[in-house]
Design a protein around this ligand. Sequence first.
Ligand SMILES: NC(=O)C1=CN([C@@H]2O[C@H](COP(=O)(O)OP(=O)(O)OC[C@H]3O[C@@H](n4cnc5c(N)ncnc54)[C@H](OP(=O)(O)O)[C@@H]3O)[C@@H](O)[C@H]2O)C=CC1
Ligand SMILES: O=C(O)CCCC(=O)O
Length: 488
Amino acid sequence: MNLPLNDPSLLKNQGYLNGEWVNGDSGDTFPVFNPATGEEITRVANMGTIDTRRAIDAAKAAMKEWQKKSAKERSTVLRHWYNLIITNQEDLAVIMTSEQGKVLAESRGEVAYGASFIEWFAEEAKRVYGDVIPTPQTDNRAIVIKQPVGVVAAITPWNFPNAMITRKVGPALAAGCAIVIKPAEETPLSALALAKLAQCAGLPAGLLNILPSKNSREIGAEMTGNPFVKKLSFTGSTPVGKALMKRCSDTVKRTSMELGGNAPVIIFDDADLDKAVAGAAASKYRNSGQTCICINRILVQDTIYDAFVEKFAALVKTYKIGNGLDKSSTHGPVVNKTAIGDIQVLVDEALEKGAVAIVGGKPSDQDGYFYEPTILTHVSDSMRVFREEIFGPVAPIFSFSSEQEAIAMANDTEFGLASYIYTRDQGRVWRVSEAIECGMVGVNETAITSEVIPFGGIKESGQGREGSKYGLDDYLEIKYICMGDLHA
Ligand SMILES: NC(=O)C1=CN([C@@H]2O[C@H](COP(=O)(O)OP(=O)(O)OC[C@H]3O[C@@H](n4cnc5c(N)ncnc54)[C@H](OP(=O)(O)O)[C@@H]3O)[C@@H](O)[C@H]2O)C=CC1
Ligand SMILES: O=C(O)CCCC(=O)O
């Protein structure tokens, strides 16, 4: 399948290892499909254990020189890469829409968002400050320096094929580390296009290695077992994250985990209803519901429940699902056939228990992997849609009567990634923001992410923060040096 690219050389189908484009050791390839049409876009090299080991060795060797460079030198390369990503934004967006499905406007947005992490960390690279600590003794001083953690391995998901990579690579390279990445099987092409631009930007060989693969377990086993890997950064589902953490414990690797969510939005009766409707819908249906910070549960105060549902349904009925490359589409497909089945299981369970699908409720009958934007009312906390990450365009709308009840419902989950509140009461803003168990709260706002904020969760949504001035810490070790004998 031909993609409409200005620069066709961005469509790569080999792995990127030690600065070279290579086939996997096994010689195998696997197909990458367009979820809007089911068509095969291309086949990509299928890397395995031996390739992973080679990439880790290359990263270890490359890091030796890279960490000796000044922060400014590292920053210059990153800045060059950022410029190339922005210059090629349209091609990267077309590649992303073709393999992932999100509409072109969202893909363009993600490419800019992804690039912003490279720009941000190019700047932050220069601000890795140490400390001088006064000691109880008069003839010594305590010095603290920060050093790169070592070779980083990263496993990334298909829902953000660009930004989930740059959010890890940016700080890793800025800190002086080298990185080995396994992108999701569904979306290796965006990762490889980024690597091609990094190569053009003059990033030295071995610092960034991309291993496309359909053997995630095999690659994960090498990444978690290899003693040269000092840190694993993972974005994906909670069960896989937990399994990887366990395996990392054998060699006491540091880990950053961005896992599943079950984000509530609490809409109080003093909220600006139109803003709440628009914000809730934008978050719920972003990327067709396939974002870990997408609203999963809409909690509406009983006094405004009917009014909210009416306006929300009217908005959702205007959505047009279709191929993301088609300008008239507002929302794209879900990622694959399995996702359609997983969503339907949750919807059916809710319907069997008494929920009502006032909009949608089934896959669309057009070709490709499309699910109708769906709204469920008459839902309760006994249903799986309350407990589980739906990861699809399905909005269950629950009701509550008091602030205490809303907080209890919001916290009634093992997840703790993002939460949202709509209210005009400033006292309530503070009370609820502090009481809610999560890493990020949006108040009268659901578009909460950017490169400057600390993205991350608590509870079983993970650990560590990505982006912001805190994001570099995950890739740095603190070393304390005692400077003695000062009066000699
Ligand atoms: N927090 C988030 O942003 C995300 C959350 N999810 C949640 O997870 C659910 C399932 O999605 P899914 O894509 O299956 O998510 P996974 O967690 O399975 O996949 C995420 C990444 O982990 C890799 N992976 C999967 N299993 C292993 C393993 N045993 N060892 C090493 N790497 C592994 C995948 O590779 P491969 O693709 O090759 O299998 C992919 O690169 C979604 O419905 C959603 O609820 C999913 C994606 C992102
Ligand atoms: O689903 C994710 O993990 C990516 C969240 C998108 C964002 O950062 O806005």
